[in-house]
Design a protein around this ligand. Structure first.
Ligand SMILES: [Zn+2]
Length: 426
């Protein structure tokens, strides 16, 4: 196949598929021109009773005549079929855990070959269309986006064709860099080595993985609280990167963070859906449910246990929740805030916080999309339970990773500064 086919100008897949994309791909509830939150959900998303899922079939598929092999036998792997279409062209088939489902089609697989060769892989999807720019790795830890010249998304077909150099050394191909439950757990363990950070287990996922909570404070006893959660949706790795930097900044050995921790305590569950992450899910937990639509009925063990870890604060007359934030990813950076007609405590905090971020990052566009309480998402539960300022922090899928971290660091610093100005409510 001639290389010239791959030298067309690169278009992000979201552009061509705009109409379908806007209907199906938003993680959160809306776009600047979009309708109300629920419009982005597939039918039945807010019905959170268990739904059947198909477990991934973990295996290595070998095409011995060509000496080419593909495998999904690792945490986070997702490759449902792989076959040779013609000479050097292969087809990868990616399916969701169940359907209908939002269009966040996660994939992750390894390739290798008996001898060095260039192959083409056509990415195809059942119940979805291609979305994520492939990330490549030779060791499963260091990742880079695919060379645009080797990547041709077909937005009308919802597929993409990749040109890949394979050989005896494993090539990892993934929708986003792998950040499995083991990776996140190792990170929380490292953070908990700091004297003002503790880690405990608040429950277990449906498949028995621990749900870890970090407590970051130097106030004993603490009465002023900030609540943080993340990764309800497995493919949202950029949100995971942001929550890590956000929490690291709150736990830093800086004057600002020390002053903050002497008054506030941060309670954080950075990985709410470890099963979905390790199973290579597109969106749901292993109950087949979108966890961020279960914050009204609490039918799923993960949401129920995270709720129960926070609820004692409501019964404690000395405790006040000032701020709650839930980290996600979607096509672009956006803060889903509460409609300003809702009286959240502390009054005006979210505006002062976002204004500070905008002032510190002049080249960064702060998108603030307020909306009301129509959907059963965590943000609304935080507000309705504690009366607190609550935000969904969305990070763009393909943003520069260093930029994600610098924005998250600035967001954490701005939050600490603005919270320290709020008079103690107790
Ligand atoms: Zn999400």
């Amino acid at each position: 196949m001639p290389d010239s086919r791959f030298r067309r100008p690169f278009l992000p897949p979201a552009c061509g598929a705009l109409l379908l994309g806007l209907l199906l791909t938003a993680c959160g509830p809306g776009t600047p021109e979009g309708p109300l939150p629920q419009a982005y959900d597939p039918p039945g998303a807010v019905v959170t009773m268990d739904k059947p899922i198909t477990r991934p079939h973990r295996r290595t598929i070998g095409m011995r005549s060509a000496g080419v092999y593909a495998s999904n036998e690792f945490a986070g792997g997702r490759l449902d079929d792989f076959f040779r279409t013609s000479d050097s062209l292969y087809t990868a088939v990616i399916r969701p855990e169940n359907a209908p489902i939002n269009n966040s089609p996660w994939y992750a697989f390894q390739l290798w070959a008996d001898r060095p060769q260039t192959i083409y892989v056509e990415m195809t999807y059942v119940d979805g269309t291609h979305r994520y720019v492939p990330k490549l790795s030779r060791d499963g830890h260091r990742w880079r986006p695919i060379d645009p010249a080797a990547y041709r998304p077909d937005t009308s077909a919802g597929t993409a064709r990749l040109r890949l150099d394979v050989g005896p050394d494993t090539l990892w191909v993934s929708a986003q860099e792998l950040l499995t439950s083991d990776d996140v757990d190792a990170w929380t363990a490292r953070l908990a080595e700091r004297p003002w950070v503790t880690r405990d287990v608040i429950g277990t996922s449906r498949q028995g993985r621990p749900l870890y909570r970090l407590t970051i404070t130097e106030a004993w006893p603490a009465t002023d609280f900030v609540l943080v959660i993340g990764r309800q949706h497995p493919p949202e790795v950029t949100g995971s990167l942001a929550v890590q930097t956000f929490l690291e900044t709150l736990a830093d050995d800086t004057d600002l963070a020390r002053r903050f921790r002497r008054r506030f305590a941060v309670l954080a569950v950075p990985l709410v859906n470890p099963d979905g992450v390790d199973e290579g899910h597109w969106r749901h937990n292993t109950g087949g449910v979108d966890l961020n639509r279960d914050w009204l009925d609490f039918n799923q063990p993960e949401t129920r246990q995270v709720r129960d870890a926070f609820l004692p604060l409501r019964e404690d007359p000395d405790a006040t929740v000032y701020f709650a934030v839930d980290f996600h990813s979607t096509q672009y950076d956006v803060f889903y805030t509460l409609d300003r007609s809702l009286e959240a405590f502390p009054d005006g905090l979210v505006d002062r916080w976002l204004e500070t971020i905008a002032a510190r990052l002049p080249t960064y566009t702060v998108r603030d999309e307020p909306f009301g309480l129509g959907s059963p998402v965590s943000k609304n539960w935080f507000y309705e339970t504690f009366g607190a300022t609550a935000v969904t922090y969305e990070v763009g899928d393909e943003n520069d990773r260093d930029r994600i971290r610098s924005v998250a660091r600035t967001a954490a610093e701005a939050l600490m500064e603005r919270l320290l100005e709020v008079p103690d409510a107790s």
